[in-house]
Ligand binder design. Structure first.
Ligand code: PXP
Length: 251
C-alpha cells in the first residue's frame, strides 16, 4: 500500500508531497487569512502533486488547527500530518484522521525540524502513539536520520514508513555530500529490505533533488520551503511542475 493516493501513481514514479506550511507562515505574518494554504493545496492538486504535507507545531507558528479540516475538505489529495509525539497531537490526529502521520521531533525554539527523531532512544514513548495511530488506520511514518539503528527502531515500533532526513545532505558540500548521499541510499535500501517504505525530505531544491530522486527504493519526497520560496518568483504551479519534472527525469 502506498502512503499517498493510489491511482495517481505513474510506473516507477516517486510521489511528491508538497509541504504548504510556509504559505501559512506568510499569512500569519499579518494575522489575516491571506495567503490561504488551502488555495496552495488546491493548486498542488491541480498540477499533479501527490499529497499535501502540513506540520501542526505546538506553537502554531504556521499551520493552525482549523487549517487541517479545511485542507482535507478542499482536495482529495491525501494529507500527511507532521506531528510531535505528544498527547495533544495524538488527539488531533485521531480527530482528523489524515491519511498519514509523520512523527517528527520538535523543539519550540528551533527554526525548522533540525534533526531526526530518536526512535531508538524513545521506544517506550513512541510505541503507544504509533499503535494508536495505526489502530485508527493512519499510516505512520517516522522522520529519522539515515542511520541503521533508527531503522531497526522503526522496525521494532512496527512503523510501515520512515522518512529519511535529507538536511545533512542538503547542507553538505563536496565529498561530504557524497558521503551523506550514500548514507541515505544505503538506509533506503535497508528499510526496503525490511519491509519499510522509505521516504525522504528536508532541504531539497531543484539543484539537489535529482541525486535523491534517483535512489530507487524511495517512494515519496516531501518538499516545502524551497518550493514555496520559488513560488514567489514563478508561481506555485510552475514550481511544483518543475520539481515534478526533475524528479521524473532522475528515475
Ligand atoms: N519532511 C519533514 C518530516 C519535515 O519536517 C519537513 C520540514 O517541515 C519537510 C519534509 C520539508 O522540508 P523543507 O521545508 O526543507 O523542504
Amino acid at each position: 500500500m502506498s502512503a499517498l493516493a493510489p491511482g495517481r501513481l505513474r510506473p516507477n514514479s516517486l510521489r511528491l508531497g508538497v509541504n504548504i506550511d510556509h504559505v501559512a507562515t506568510i499569512r500569519n505574518a499579518r494575522g489575516g487569512d491571506h495567503p490561504d494554504p488551502v488555495r496552495a493545496a488546491e493548486i498542488v492538486a491541480s498540477v499533479g502533486g501527490d499529497g499535501i504535507t502540513a506540520h501542526l507545531r505546538e506553537d502554531r507558528r504556521h499551520i493552525r488547527d482549523e487549517d487541517l479540516a479545511r485542507i482535507q475538505a478542499a482536495t482529495s489529495l491525501p494529507l500527511n500530518l507532521e506531528m510531535a509525539a505528544t498527547d495533544e497531537m495524538l488527539a488531533i490526529a485521531l480527530k482528523h484522521r489524515p491519511h498519514a502521520a509523520c512523527i517528527v521531533p520538535e523543539r519550540r525554539e528551533e527554526r525548522t525540524t533540525e534533526g531526526g527523531l530518536d526512535a531508538a532512544g524513545q521506544h517506550n514513548r513512541l510505541a503507544p502513539i504509533v499503535a494508536r495511530l495505526s489502530d485508527a488506520g493512519i499510516r505512520v511514518s517516522l522522520f529519522i536520520a539515515p542511520e541503521a539503528r533508527q531503522i531497526e527502531a522503526a522496525m521494532k515500533l512496527g512503523a510501515p514508513v520512515v522518512e529519511l532526513h535529507t538536511g545533512e545532505y542538503a547542507h553538505a558540500t563536496g565529498e561530504a555530500r557524497a558521503v551523506e548521499l550514500k548514507r541515505i541510499a544505503d538506509m533506503a535500501a535497508l528499510a526496503a529490505r525490511n519491509g519499510i517504505e522509505p521516504h525522504a525530505g528536508h532541504g531539497l531544491t531543484y539543484d539537489n533533488v535529482q541525486a535523491i530522486a534517483a535512489i530507487p527504493q524511495l517512494a515519496e519526497l516531501n518538499i516545502g520551503h524551497y518550493l514555496i520560496g520559488e513560488a514567489i518568483f514563478t508561481g506555485l504551479e510552475a514550481a511544483v511542475r518543475r520539481m515534478r519534472e526533475l524528479m521524473d527525469e532522475a528515475r
